[in-house]
Design a protein around this ligand. Structure first.
Ligand code: 5AD
Ligand code: SF4
Length: 481
């Protein structure tokens, strides 16, 4: 993970990457903003559009279809959508001037929250489709082609969406996201997710396992289970297993049995749902990677209460302690908000204290952003921008220091790396450590898609460098022979 910066800065995941687009007669460009759930949704949109003849475009200019998969979590993210619509409108006009046609679709959470307004403010938009409705994209696009019917589809049925998505899914390398849960019932007082993504819904184990098996058959070695509240997952057990309900620990146990799958991650979690079974699984299931993203948001009990987080700081300490008791090398990551309404210097100090006590390998930290319609937007004691700035700077400085120290602690050790792609320089390959660190070293391309031991020789804030361990070099040499 690239840490301590706003994930909105990471935007632009081009859904085209790694796709040959063979047999395509039309082109689609999908631009993804925000969280990993959106990255997953963009991949699935690509899947539902493929049978319609849509292949990937590497740039929006000239594409037949442009989809902006949007994020609504903070104000800045939302503003970006309108400026991007303006930019695409120019490309659309340019294409129309040469007799062509480009359709513009707004998907994701801004679509859900501000669909009506987008349609009113931006006539260049052909279709608005919420996160629970993108399985209907083919039908909706056909409707816009006939220029009839609804252009706003923000119905709210996660069950229907999951049931309608095709099982077949093209893998994009040795790691993959698998969405297992959607929505959130927690209603943290600052957050729009319960309004944009709807109520909590867990996908059934049969469908999840089918998707994982399909990905594994294509060479996927690591799956990241996704959900807004992924550790609240409680899905229907496979029918062959006699039915009933499983929790995430059991699901991870079954996924670990799928041939080829060596690594499992899940994100993102809520402290309240970190139950005994899941904590224990970190000790008993070696496929569960020793890196957990568990947002805490604040270290102040007073602020946590106002945030409606349903846990205090001691509960967080207890979870971390118990996890590290069963998995001593477990590294923690988290999310933090500074400048929540009413946050005093003392409250902020409590957050700094929590960070010092836990020690994080990575974190995202944000200034509180007032979201209309959420309870916190109306609270007294909104914190001035310059105070938020100063607190964010202090917090990020501490988190960066911790991240660098964590990375440096791996120097001199030999660690298993899942190689995922070629490195920046010729002869280099790159991948991920168990702790989600980016690792690069010299090595043959045929290690891509495999896990091999690397001795770490250098570290920086965001990555490790190393050399292939001698056992790996010997095994590779045999592979070549
Ligand atoms: N302001 C700032 N940060 C927010 N987040 C969610 N809502 C807001 C908001 N209104 C952050 C939380 C969450 C992450 C995805 O985004 O830290 O965990
Ligand atoms: Fe938002 Fe809180 Fe739900 Fe996370 S748990 S998605 S922060 S409401």
């Amino acid at each position: 993970m690239t840490n301590t910066h706003d994930p909105e800065q990471m935007i632009v995941t081009r859904a085209a990457e790694g796709d040959t687009g063979a047999g395509a007669t039309k082109s689609v460009y999908i631009q993804t903003y925000g969280c990993q759930m959106n990255v997953y949704d963009s991949e699935r949109m690509r899947d539902v559009l493929r049978p319609l003849g849509y292949g990937p475009a590497t740039t929006p200019a000239g594409a037949d279809l442009v989809v902006l998969n949007t994020c609504h979590i903070r104000e800045k993210a939302t503003e970006k959508v309108y400026s991007e619509i303006g930019r695409i409108k120019e490309l659309k006009d340019a294409k129309a001037a040469t007799g062509g046609q480009m359709k513009l679709v707004i998907a994701g959470c801004v679509a859900q929250a501000e669909g009506e307004e987008i349609m009113r403010r931006a006539p260049a938009v052909d279709l608005v489709v919420g996160p629970q409705a993108y399985h209907k994209l083919p039908e909706l696009i056909a409707r816009t082609a006939r220029a009839t019917g609804e252009r706003l589809e923000t119905s709210f049925d996660a069950v229907e969406k999951f049931d309608s998505l095709p099982v077949r899914r093209e893998a994009d390398g040795p790691t993959a996201f698998v969405s297992v849960q959607e929505g959130c019932d927690k209603f943290c007082s600052f957050c729009v997710v319960p309004y944009t993504r709807g109520a909590e819904y867990s996908r059934g184990a049969d469908a999840i396992l089918a998707e994982v098996r399909n990905l594994a058959a294509q060479g996927v070695r690591e799956v990241t289970l996704l959900g807004q509240n992924v550790n609240a997952w409680h899905g229907a057990a496979p029918k062959l297993d006699g039915g009933g309900i499983w929790g995430l620990a059991r699901l991870a146990e079954e996924i670990a049995k799928v041939g080829g799958i060596a690594r499992i991650r899940y994100t993102t979690s809520h402290p309240q749902d970190m139950d005994d079974e899941l904590i224990a699984a970190h000790g008993s299931n070696p496929a569960l990677m020793p890196y957990l993203h568990l947002p805490v948001q604040s270290g102040s009990d007073r602020v946590l209460k106002a945030m409606n987080r349903k846990h205090g700081r001691d509960r967080f300490f207890e979870i971390v302690e118990r996890l590290r008791a069963v998995r001593p090398d477990l590294a923690m990551a988290s999310d933090f908000i500074v400048g929540f309404p009413g946050e005093t210097d003392r409250d902020f100090e409590d957050t700094m204290d929590l960070v010092r006590r836990v020690g994080f390998a990575g974190a995202y930290s944000f200034k509180y952003s007032r979201r209309p319609g959420t309870p916190a937007a109306e609270m007294y004691g909104q914190v001035p921008e310059e105070v938020k700035d100063a607190r964010l700077q202090a917090l990020q400085a501490l988190l960066v220091e911790q991240q660098k120290a964590f990375n440096a602690s791996k120097v001199g050790t030999t660690i298993p790396v899942l190689f995922t792609h070629k490195g920046r320089n010729p002869g280099q390959i790159a991948g991920r450590s168990p702790w989600q660190q980016a690792v690069h070293c010299d090595g043959p391309d045929n290690l891509i898609g495999q896990i091999a031991d690397v001795t770490v020789v250098g570290s920086s804030q965001n990555s490790l460098s190393g050399t292939l361990a001698s056992t790996t070099v010997m095994a590779t040499a045999t592979a070549f022979a």
